[in-house]
Design a protein around this ligand. Structure first.
Ligand code: AMP
Ligand code: GLY
Length: 437
């Protein structure tokens, strides 16, 4: 029997935990608050701690076969290195390899050095010298500013959407310098985004079905950016506006990036690699890498994975993950329930009521996210609360189920009813057609 440890307590980690248990693992969970879904799968074999408390994690993980890291924060400060020094295999890259998410400057420079085509025009700065010159060269209206370092998806500012004149751009650059010590100014892309999540064993990069996330808080893609309000995937594992060739190209670029990383840092990348790409008039372009599964996108792919997650993890450790993975041929729609006021001023510490038996009879999968179970009640903790995932032969069927499921969770929560609807999908298709015209 394999003993696996999951680190993290969001819906992504709930989905990973479910896949591990389905694959036959005994599970232990290292969490920062008590996610009741994960705790149940781990049969209450849990440790509540800060996720970067390496000493407690190593003590807790002794005797396990491997540890799976869900979120990026512990990876970019070296949790994989710490576990490996203690002789415990880790699914998740080392601190050197985690720079692919931890430093936008590192990643853009790496891709430039190795001439990886999905890279975009950019310059990185650690002073204000040359900034104005580069803005003028790119054209003010084409500017995107990204602080170096982790920002939970909230650090990117795009001209037109968040920045409205040169003064604002320069002020934001200075702010990034003060907070992160550096920033990237890159070309603004226009097109449709897709998420390509992969498993990496050091060399091989094995894909899962494409997913599209919805970052804006409100219906019709309005409001502030969030961690992601929901996501969908199609029965054929593509998107209506993304071809098989587009995916092969993105995948080849990910393979080249992993090999460039190895040449540059000697780091073997082992874990999950998330490629956020945009299809533009100039081809497939990289928006960013994440060194983990996506949240919510992990729920879309892991819920329909037929391959065994435990086998995959063992092969990642051995460097022998060469097989194509199997996924059910169904569409999926994931809707996130989030606290009223999210993301600016979320309702924290409110009890929610989840009617698990109704969700089970509906045939919907549900994943607890930013919640804390204390005694008999489950409370919101401020970030996204719960992911509800419907599957079906069509997107419509999957969307209907996810929407119905929202009625079985009570509390001061809201969700985007438009995610996964044909109307929103059509809007994306039309947008892509306009771009490619
Ligand atoms: P990131 O934190 O890099 O994922 O960026 C968050 C979001 O900002 C992305 O999902 C995009 O929607 C947007 N974004 C990031 N980079 C660019 C870019 N170069 N051009 C246009 N939009 C971008
Ligand atoms: N859904 C976006 C992310 O996981 O970064």
């Amino acid at each position: 029997m394999i003993l696996a440890v999951i680190v993290g307590n969001g819906a992504r980690e709930h989905a990973i935990s479910k896949a591990l248990v389905r694959g036959g693992a005994n599970l232990k969970a290292f969490m920062s608050s008590n996610n009741p879904g994960i705790a149940k799968l781990a049969q209450n074999n849990v440790k509540l701690s800060s996720l970067d408390n390496f000493k407690e994690l190593i003590d807790f993980s002794q005797g396990s076969d491997f540890v799976v890291i869900g979120p990026e924060a512990p990876l970019v400060v070296g949790v994989a290195n710490a576990l490996e020094s203690a002789g415990i295999p880790c699914i998740g890259p080392t601190i050197e390899a985690a720079q692919l998410e931890g430093s936008k400057m590192f990643t853009r420079e790496l891709l430039r050095k190795y001439d990886i085509k999905s890279n975009i025009p950019f310059e990185s700065f650690d002073t204000m010298e040359g900034v104005e010159h580069w803005i003028d060269e790119l054209g003010l209206e084409n500017v995107v500013v990204k602080p170096d370092g982790l920002t939970g998806g909230k650090g990117v500012r795009v001209f037109g959407a968040h920045l409205h004149n040169k003064q604002e751009v320069l002020e934001y650059c200075q702010e990034c310098l003060n907070s992160s010590g550096g920033f990237v100014i890159e070309e603004k892309l226009d097109g449709e985004e897709f998420t390509l999540q992969t498993f990496v064993d050091g060399t091989h990069v094995i894909p899962t079905p494409l997913v599209q996330d919805h970052k804006r808080a409100f219906e019709g893609d309005e409001g502030p950016n969030t961690g992601g309000m929901g996501s969908y995937s199609m029965k054929d594992h593509l998107m209506p506006f993304i071809t098989k060739e587009d995916v092969s190209l993105a995948l080849a670029e990910m393979e080249q990036s992993i090999s460039a990383l190895k040449k540059e840092t000697n780091a073997e990348y082992k874990g999950f690699l998330y490629g956020q790409y945009m299809k533009t008039r100039k081809g497939i372009k990289l928006v960013e890498f994440n060194v983990r599964f996506g949240d919510p996108e992990a729920m879309n792919v892991l819920s329909i994975m037929e391959s065994n997650m435990v086998d995959i993890c063992l092969k990642i450790i051995d460097g022998t993950l060469t097989d194509k993975l199997e996924f059910k041929s169904v569409a999926t729609v994931c809707k996130y329930l989030v606290p009223a006021g999210y993301p600016m001023n979320p309702a924290k510490n409110y009890p929610i009521e989840v009617d698990e038996s109704s969700l089970d009879s509906l045939g919907v999968q549900y994943y607890y996210a930013s919640v804390d179970k204390r005694e008999e009640n489950v409370y919101t903790t401020g970030s996204r609360t719960m992911g509800l995932l419907g599957t079906g032969n069509s997107l419509e069927e999957a969307e209907n189920l996810a929407e119905q499921a929202t009625k079985h969770v009570k509390g001061p929560l809201f969700h985007r009813a438009d995610i996964g609807t044909n109307k929103l999908l059509q809007k994306r298709i039309d947008h892509m057609n306009t771009i490619l015209k």
